[in-house]
Ligand binder design. Structure first.
Ligand SMILES: Nc1ncnc2c1ncn2[C@@H]1O[C@H](COP(=O)(O)OP(=O)(O)OP(=O)(O)O)[C@@H](O)[C@H]1O
Ligand SMILES: [Mg+2]
Length: 236
């Protein structure tokens, strides 16, 4: 069964065509990277899947339901490109509030667990708006994962994180049994977190396949980044 489906999706912002006849699907439990040059439409795709934006045309289904459906929201975790926790709430308050909204039985305990997992305990009483950018990103990740979502949309998730935290988050995500769509410009993130790749350019899919296939398209010892750059530059 497919958990994520886009069929002939179009999205325009004024004169800019952000998505143009975009179609792809991801089976339940699939781990997919969404790649593409700047402005290709990755974040727009994520926003549509998260129910934050409506497509102009086309169909989008999450487990057969519309994005933004109550049932979908319950099982989805979406990390936007520029996440913004509640600035005036502290780290702990943000986590407890979202855990309570999500109906988690013991929000205080869950908040503590997430702070411990992401090394946020020392900042628990700091307002989110006063955190460093990397610590804000840690909090945003904690807020997205606290309900153990079945469908996880991550838009450049490791941006701003220090290296030990990147390793920790990669470990956490690899352990989760979920359907993943991760947009990134860092190929090591794609290869460590996912096994399939969808490459889009100018709002349409230009290549999709497994990471194994992608690697096999390279010449001997050619780095995967170079293969991907070639794919992206072949599109006029
Ligand atoms: N709210 C908006 N208003 C106007 N144009 C927008 C808006 N959001 C996106 N766009 C345009 O839509 C296109 C796709 O943008 P999008 O943010 O989806 O790209 P992206 O693939 O995520 O790029 P990046 O790699 O830089 O994050 C771009 O041309 C962008 O300028
Ligand atoms: Mg983007």
């Amino acid at each position: 069964m497919d958990c994520i489906t886009l069929v002939n999706v179009y999205k325009r912002f004024g004169s800019i065509e952000a998505l143009r006849d975009l179609s792809f699907s991801i089976p339940c439990g699939g781990r997919y990277a969404l790649l593409g040059p700047n402005g290709a439409g990755k974040s727009t795709t994520m926003k549509i899947l998260a129910g934050m934006l409506k497509p102009d045309q086309g169909d989008v289904f999450i487990k057969g339901l519309k994005p933004g459906d109550k049932q979908v929201k319950r099982i989805m975790g979406y990390l936007p490109e520029d996440p913004m926790p509640y600035r005036i709430l502290t780290v702990r308050e943000n986590l407890e509030y979202i855990a309570a909204l999500r109906g988690i039985p013991n929000p205080k305990e869950k908040a503590r667990e997430m702070m411990e997992k992401l090394d946020l305990v020392q900042y628990e009483n700091i307002q989110a708006g006063k955190l460093s950018r990397g610590n804000q990103q840690k909090l945003a990740i904690a807020l997205v994962l606290l309900h153990n979502p079945e469908i996880v949309l991550l838009d450049e998730p490791l941006n701003y994180l220090d290296i030990p935290t990147q390793e920790k988050v990669i470990g956490m995500l690899r352990q989760m049994n979920a359907t993943f769509l991760v947009s990134t410009h860092i190929m090591s993130i794609a290869t460590r977190l996912t096994d399939h790749v969808i490459v889009i350019s100018k709002g349409s899919v230009i290549w999709s396949g497994s990471i194994v296939d992608l690697k096999s398209m390279g010449k001997e010892e050619e780095p995967i980044e170079s293969v991907v750059a070639r794919l992206m530059s072949n599109v006029g």
